[in-house]
Design a protein around this ligand. Structure first.
Ligand code: ZN
Length: 153
């Protein structure tokens, strides 16, 4: 038996289930092109990228307008109102950090752009295409706010 394996037998386990932090949701990839959009989410506001040359709205944020190729843009406030354009209910596999069943929806905002998010506050079997929803920017953990959607009143 080598010296290194003798040392190894005296080691206590390095992981303790009680000390293991809860799994977190996957983090969004935030970079130059979408930093401003995420900053506004962290301030509690859903915005839509707006071309300063032709006025086209687009989501997700990206550097160039698909319509006129302009690189000039800003963000405009969204009403937060929309409808379910499409959705799926995810049951498996249970990815750590998420609650299942998980409703993943494409929401068409009333301004015309679409956003992929989660629909919460509703039984998944009650979700329907075209149902009205509204944004709800929520803390999903201690360090992440996400624009989720809930049924509109
Ligand atoms: Zn444009």
């Amino acid at each position: 038996m080598s010296e290194s394996s003798k040392e190894g037998t005296d080691n206590k386990p390095t992981t303790d289930a009680a000390a293991t932090p809860a799994a977190l949701r996957m983090r969004p990839v935030v970079a130059h092109d979408n930093q401003a959009w995420w900053d506004r989410i962290n301030e509690g506001e859903l915005t839509i990228q707006h071309c300063k040359d032709c006025g086209t709205l687009r989501h997700p944020p990206r550097p160039m307008c698909w319509k006129c190729q302009s690189l000039e843009w800003d963000l405009v406030a969204a009403s937060g109102k929309g409808t379910v354009y499409s959705y799926v209910v995810v049951h498996r596999p249970p990815f750590p950090g998420y609650e299942y069943p998980l409703v993943v929806a494409v929401v068409e905002l009333e301004e015309g752009t679409r956003i992929v998010s989660n629909l919460v506050g509703i039984d998944p079997k009650d979700v329907e295409v075209a149902m009205p929803v509204k944004v709800s920017i929520e803390d999903v953990d201690d360090a992440l706010k996400l624009p989720l959607f809930r049924p509109a009143d």
